[in-house]
Design a protein around this ligand. Structure first.
Ligand SMILES: Cc1ncc(COP(=O)(O)O)c(C=O)c1O
Length: 342
C-alpha cells in the first residue's frame, strides 16, 4: 500500500540487514542490525530517508534554500546541509544551545558542506520553543529579504512530510526479514524527535507487518512518551487519511535509558559503544545509538529479551558525535593507555 507520496530519490536502498554473529553468540540471542548509518551522502544516517520526501516537497514549492533547526550537534542539520549541497540549494541551520558547543563534530561538517549556522544562547525564563521560533523567524526573514525562497524543515525532520521515509523502511525490513527466514521479532530504535519511530510505527500498523517496535528515548524530552506518540500519530493519521485508532498501550517507548540529559557523556553508553566496536567492528554513536544499544543490552540482562529471541537493531548513524569534545575527552581518558609510544 505504502503512503503513495512522491520523493526525490538519492539513496542507495535497501540498506543491508546484517546478522551480528559475535554479539549474538555472546548474548544468546539472534541479533541483526539494519545499517541505515550507511546511507550516503554527508556520512549517512536516518534523516536522509525523511529528507528524500522533504526535498521533493521543497522543490515542488520552488524553494531555493532549506532552513532547519536542532541542537548544536544536530545530525539532522548535517544531513540537511549535505542534501542542500547535492541539489544546489542554500542551507541554514538554527540552533539554540550554549555556544561554541561542539565545534569539532557536526558544526564543522555543516560549514565544510557550505551551510550557514546560526547559534543563539539559551535564555532562562523563556520557553525553548519560543526562543527557537524567534530565532527561525529572524533568520528566515533575513534570507527572504535577500530574495531566497525558504523551505522550513522541522527539528529532526519530524513533521508529517517525512513520515513515509521510515514507513518505507519498515516495509523494507519486513521484506528482508522474510528473505532471511526471520519471523516476528522486536525492532529497536533510538527515539529523539520521534519521526523515525513514528514512520516505522505507521508502516508496521498500516501494512500489518510482523514487527514489534521498541523505542528507546535518548533524552528526557517526554514525560509521557506514549501520550506524545499518540498525539503525533493522530496528526499523521489525519494528514495521510489513515484508518485504525491505536491506544496508548500500542506505543512502546522506554524512558529508562535517557541518563537524564541529551548528548551527555555516560560511561555505560561508552562501554556499549566499545562492545559493539570490538565484537563486530561497527561504530555506534554516544548520543543516540549508543544509548539505545545500551538499553537493548540491559533488557537482555534483565531477561525482558529472552534467550534465543530474534531482535533487529536499527543503526541510525550519528558517528560524528564520537568526535564531540565532551565524548572524545572522556574516551581519550579511558583509551589512551592502549596507545604505546615506541
Ligand atoms: C543518529 C540518530 N539516531 C536517532 C535519531 C532519532 O531520530 P528521531 O529524531 O527521528 O527520533 C537521531 C535524531 O537526530 C539521530 O541523529
Amino acid at each position: 500500500m505504502a503512503l503513495n507520496r512522491q520523493k526525490t530519490s538519492f539513496l542507495n536502498l535497501p540498506t543491508p540487514l546484517q546478522f551480528l554473529p559475535q554479539v549474538s553468540e555472546d548474548l544468546g540471542i539472534s541479533l541483526y542490525i539494519k545499517r541505515d548509518d550507511l546511507t550516503d551522502p554527508g556520512l549517512g544516517g536516518n534523516k536522509l530517508r525523511k529528507l528524500e520526501y522533504y526535498l521533493f516537497d521543497a522543490k515542488s514549492k520552488g524553494a531555493t534554500m532549506l532552513l532547519t533547526v536542532g541542537g548544536v550537534q544536530t545530525n539532522h542539520g548535517r544531513l540537511t546541509a549535505a542534501v542542500a549541497a547535492k541539489f544546489g540549494l542554500k542551507c541554514a541551520i538554527v540552533a539554540i544551545d550554549d555556544y561554541p558547543g561542539e565545534v569539532s563534530s557536526n558544526l564543522l561538517l555543516d560549514r565544510i558542506m557550505g551551510a550557514d549556522v546560526f547559534l543563539s544562547k539559551l535564555q532562562t525564563g523563556i520557553p525553548y520553543e519560543d526562543q527557537l521560533e524567534q530565532a527561525v523567524k529572524r533568520v528566515r526573514s533575513q534570507y527572504e529579504s535577500a530574495g531566497e525562497t525558504v523551505y522550513f524543515i522541522p527539528m529532526g525532520g519530524s513533521g508529517e512530510v517525512g513520515v513515509p521515509g521510515y514507513y518505507d523502511c519498515a516495509m523494507e525490513i519486513a521484506g528482508q526479514s522474510v528473505e532471511l527466514g526471520i519471523s516476528s521479532c522486536k525492532l529497536f530504535v533510538a527515539v529523539g524527535s520521534m519521526g523515525t519511530y513514528m514512520g516505522l510505527f505507521t508502516g508496521i500498523r498500516n501494512e500489518g507487518l510482523d514487527l514489534e517496535l521498541e523505542g528507546i528515548a535518548i533524552a528526557p524530552f517526554y514525560s509521557d512518551p506514549a501520550g506524545h506518540a499518540l498525539e503525533y500519530y493522530e496528526k499523521v493519521q489525519k494528514y495521510y487519511n489513515l484508518g485504525g485508532n491505536p491506544n496508548l498501550s500500542d506505543f512502546h517507548i522506554s524512558n529508562d535509558y535517557t541518563f537524564g540529559a541529551y548528548n551527555n557523556p555516560v560511561k555505560e553508553v561508552r562501554e556499549a559503544v566499545y562492545y559493539m566496536a570490538r565484537k563486530e567492528g561497527i561504530l555506534l554513536d554516544p548520543c543516540y545509538t549508543g544509548k539505545a544499544f545500551y538499553g537493548l543490552l540491559d533488557l537482555v540482562k534483565k531477561g525482558t529479551i529472552t534467550k534465543g529471541e530474534t531482535v533487529i537493531f536499527l543503526h541510525t548513524g550519528g558517528q560524528p558525535g564520537l568526535n564531540g569534545p565532551n565524548h572524545r575527552q572522556a574516551m581519550e581518558a579511558e583509551l589512551l593507555n592502549g596507545v604505546h609510544i615506541l
